[in-house]
Design a protein around this ligand. Structure first.
Ligand code: SF4
Length: 603
C-alpha cells in the first residue's frame, strides 16, 4: 500500500449503501490530505445554508498521507463537517487509533451522508461495510461502547463513537476514539443527528510503503534521533500540556472567572508538577514517542475509580481558573464526567462560567438554575451542571446550546458575558494579553480556536505581545503553516523541530510527488486551504462583521493580570486590515475573483 491510498469510502446511511471512489492525484497536490482534502469535499458537496442537522450534511473522517509510517506524531485523524455550534466549516482533530485503521482499510477519507432510519452503527472489515442497529448500545458512554464493539467484532476493532450527549444533540458533543476525542465544534452532534452511534473498523495492519523508501526511512531516523534529545519532547513527555498553566498565568493571560481576570493566586495548586505527581501511567497516540498524555485516577462521578487520560491544559483552564477553582482532583473528575457523556470540556466549562457570571450579576437566580447556587467556585453546582448538560435536561438544555444561542435566548445583557467567537467558546488564552491571538482567533474560519494559527513569536517572547500593528502578515503565515500541519496531520506537540521545509522533504519522499518540494508550494497549499474554508463561510454570509471578538475583550481592560493588567484590544480594525491585505482579500475579508483564480478554486 502506498502512503496515500487514492480512495475514499462513501457511506449513505439513509439507504444503507456504500461505494468506493477514486481521489484524483491533483486533489492531493492541491490539498495534501486530512484537513485540506476534507475542506475541498465539503465545499464542493454541501448546498449553501444547509442546516447542520440536515441529513445531507457530510461527516468527513480523514487521515494524513504520512500516517501509519514510522514517522512519529503523524497518525492522528481529522473530522470535518458544518458545525451546529458555529454554522461554519469545522475541523476537529483527535488521537486514538481510528484514523490509521481507516487507512489500513484502504481509505484516506470516509464520507458519511444521509441519516439512518433507526439508531445504528457501521462496521467495516475486509468484506466491506455492514449496517447494524444500535438500540442496545444507546446511552452507553464511549469507553463502554468501545469495549462492547471489541467484544462483538474482535479485540482489534477500533472505533469512533459518541456518548449520550451526541445522541441528545448537545451542540458540543465530541467523537471519541480510545481515550482521545475530536472535541471541538460539535462533530459528535452531527454524528448524533445522523442516528449514528459508532463507526467501527477491524482490518489487518497494512504498513504503507513510501515511494522513495530508503530516503524516507532516513528522514524518519533523523526525526527519531532529534526527538530523543529534544528538551520540548522531554518536557511534553514528563508533564504534558498541564505545564502550560503556570506559563500562561505568568503572562497574565490565564482566563479567570469567565475572562474577568488574568491570573489566579493558587496557580501552584494546579501546576504541571502537581498533575505530574498524580500521573499513574503514561499515555499517548498511535506511533508517537512523545506520549504527552497521562492516566489519572477519578475519585467521583460516573467514572469513579477508573483511570482517564487527562486533563490537558485546556481542561485545567476550563474547570479550574475559569470557574474560580484551583482543585486538581475536581478538575480530573470534571474531565472524566465530560468524557463519560461525550462533551467538549472547553465549551462545557465556558458555558458554565457564563452561567456563573450571570448569577453573579443577578441576571440569573436560583429560580432559573434548577435551584443551584452558581456562586464562583461552587464545585457541587458545577458538577451538577456537567451532568445536566450531558443529559440535556433542566438548565443543561439551555447551556448545551453553547453560549451564543443561550445568550440569545436569555436576552437582556446576557450576550455581554458570552465568551465565544463565531459561536465557538474561547480557549485558555486571553487575547487581550496576546494580540496575535486576538487576530488569529477573530479571523479563524472555525471560530475561537487556539489551534488555528498560534502566534508562536509572541508566545516565545520574541515579539511585543501587546502591539496592535504589524501582525497581519505573521498571523496569515502561522495560519497557513497550521493548515499544512493539519493536512498532514503533524501533531503540534509531537514533532518538535520539524518545519515546512522538512514537511516538503517528507512528503516528496513518501509520495514521489516532487511538486510538494518546489519553492514555497506547501505554504501556497496552506493559503489555498484557508481560502477554500473562507469561501465556504462566505457562501453562508460570513465576512468581516463576523471576524469579531466578544465585547469584553475590546472594551474591558484585563484585571489582576500581572504584566497584562490593563490590556484591551483597542484596534481590531487595523489588525484585520493588515491580515486581509496579507492574504489578498478585500476590505470585507473576502477572497477576490483573482485570488480564487490564482489558487485554482472554482466558485
Ligand atoms: S504528542 Fe501527544 S497528542 Fe501529539 S501525537 Fe503524541 S501523544 Fe498524541
Amino acid at each position: 500500500m502506498a502512503t496515500y491510498t487514492g480512495k475514499l469510502l462513501r457511506i449513505n446511511l439513509t439507504d444503507s449503501t456504500w461505494q468506493e471512489e477514486d481521489i484524483a492525484d491533483s486533489s492531493y497536490r492541491h490539498y495534501i490530505s486530512a484537513r485540506g482534502l476534507a475542506a475541498k469535499y465539503l465545499y464542493e458537496e454541501l448546498q449553501p445554508h444547509m442546516d447542520p442537522f440536515d441529513p445531507e450534511n457530510r461527516l468527513v473522517f480523514s487521515i494524513g498521507v504520512l500516517a501509519g509510517t514510522g514517522l512519529q506524531g503523524f497518525s492522528k485523524w481529522c473530522v470535518t463537517s458544518k458545525s451546529p455550534l458555529t454554522n461554519t466549516i469545522f475541523r476537529s482533530i483527535s488521537g486514538g487509533n481510528f484514523g490509521v485503521w481507516m487507512k489500513y482499510a484502504g481509505y484516506d477519507l470516509l464520507i458519511i451522508q444521509g441519516k439512518a432510519p433507526v439508531p445504528s452503527y457501521v462496521y467495516l472489515d475486509t468484506n466491506g461495510v455492514q449496517f447494524h442497529p444500535a438500540d442496545s448500545l444507546l446511552g452507553l458512554d464511549p469507553r463502554e461502547l468501545q469495549k462492547r464493539l471489541k467484544k462483538n467484532h474482535g479485540p482489534r476493532t477500533e472505533s469512533a463513537c459518541i456518548g449520550l450527549a451526541g445522541e441528545k444533540l448537545v451542540r458540543y458533543a465530541v467523537i471519541s476514539s480510545g481515550d482521545r476525542t475530536a472535541a471541538r465544534g460539535g462533530m459528535g452532534t452531527v454524528m448524533g443527528a445522523k442516528n449514528l452511534k459508532a463507526v467501527a473498523i477491524n482490518v489487518p495492519v497494512q504498513k504503507p510503503v513510501p515511494f522513495h523508501k530508503s530516503a524516507f526511512e532516513k528522514l524518519v531516523q533523523e526525526q527519531i534521533c532529534m526527538l530523543k534529545g529534544h528538551p520540548r519532547r522531554e518536557n511534553m513527555n514528563t508533564f504534558g500540556t498541564p505545564y502550560i498553566t503556570t506559563v500562561v498565568d505568568a503572562l497574565g493571560v490565564l482566563p479567570v472567572k469567565n475572562f474577568q481576570e488574568g491570573t489566579i493566586q493558587q496557580v501552584e495548586d494546579i501546576s504541571g508538577e502537581v498533575f505530574y505527581d498524580l500521573k499513574k501511567a503514561k499515555a499517548g497516540c498511535y506511533l508517537c514517542m512523545t506520549r504527552c498524555g497521562g492516566m489519572r485516577q477519578v475519585t467521583n462521578g460516573p467514572l469513579e475509580d477508573s483511570l482517564i487520560d487527562g486533563p490537558e491544559y485546556e481542561t485545567i483552564y476550563a474547570f479550574g481558573p475559569l470557574l474560580g477553582i484551583a482543585d486538581k482532583q475536581f478538575i480530573i473528575n470534571a474531565n472524566a464526567a465530560c468524557d463519560y457523556y461525550g462533551i467538549d470540556t472547553i465549551s462545557t466549562g465556558v458555558s458554565i462560567a457564563f452561567a456563573c457570571e450571570l448569577f453573579e450579576k443577578d441576571i440569573l437566580t436560583t429560580a432559573d438554575t434548577d435551584g443551584l447556587d452558581l456562586s464562583w467556585g461552587n464545585k457541587g453546582s458545577v458538577f451538577s451542571l456537567i451532568e445536566k448538560i450531558g443529559k440535556r435536561e433542566g438548565m443543561g438544555r439551555l447551556l448545551g446550546e453553547g453560549v451564543r444561542i443561550a445568550a440569545r435566548n436569555m436576552g437582556a445583557d446576557a450576550s455581554l458575558y458570552a465568551m465565544h467567537i463565531k459561536g465557538l467558546e474561547l480557549p485558555g488564552y486571553d487575547p487581550r494579553g496576546i494580540k496575535g491571538y486576538a487576530l488569529s482567533m477573530a479571523t479563524s474560519n472555525i471560530g475561537g480556536s487556539h489551534m488555528y494559527g498560534r502566534p508562536r513569536a509572541e508566545l516565545a517572547g520574541k515579539v511585543d505581545p501587546f502591539a496592535e500593528e504589524g501582525k497581519g502578515e505573521s498571523i496569515a503565515q502561522v495560519q497557513k503553516e497550521q493548515a499544512v500541519e493539519d493536512s498532514l496531520i503533524a501533531c503540534t506537540f509531537g514533532n518538535s523541530g520539524l518545519d515546512v521545509a522538512k514537511y516538503a522533504q517528507l512528503l516528496t519522499a513518501a509520495t514521489g510527488i516532487d511538486a510538494f518540494g518546489e519553492g514555497d508550494n506547501l505554504l501556497r497549499i496552506g493559503e489555498r486551504i484557508l481560502c477554500i474554508e473562507r469561501c465556504f463561510n462566505m457562501r453562508e454570509g460570513f465576512g468581516r462583521k463576523d471576524d469579531a471578538l466578544p465585547r469584553r475583550l475590546t472594551s474591558e481592560p484585563l484585571r489582576k493580570a500581572g504584566p497584562s493588567t490593563g490590556q484591551v484590544v483597542k484596534d481590531l480594525d487595523t489588525l484585520l486590515d493588515e491580515y486581509y491585505e496579507a492574504l489578498g482579500y478585500t476590505g470585507e475579508g473576502l477572497p477576490t475573483a483573482e485570488k480564487l483564480n490564482d489558487l485554482g478554486i472554482v466558485k
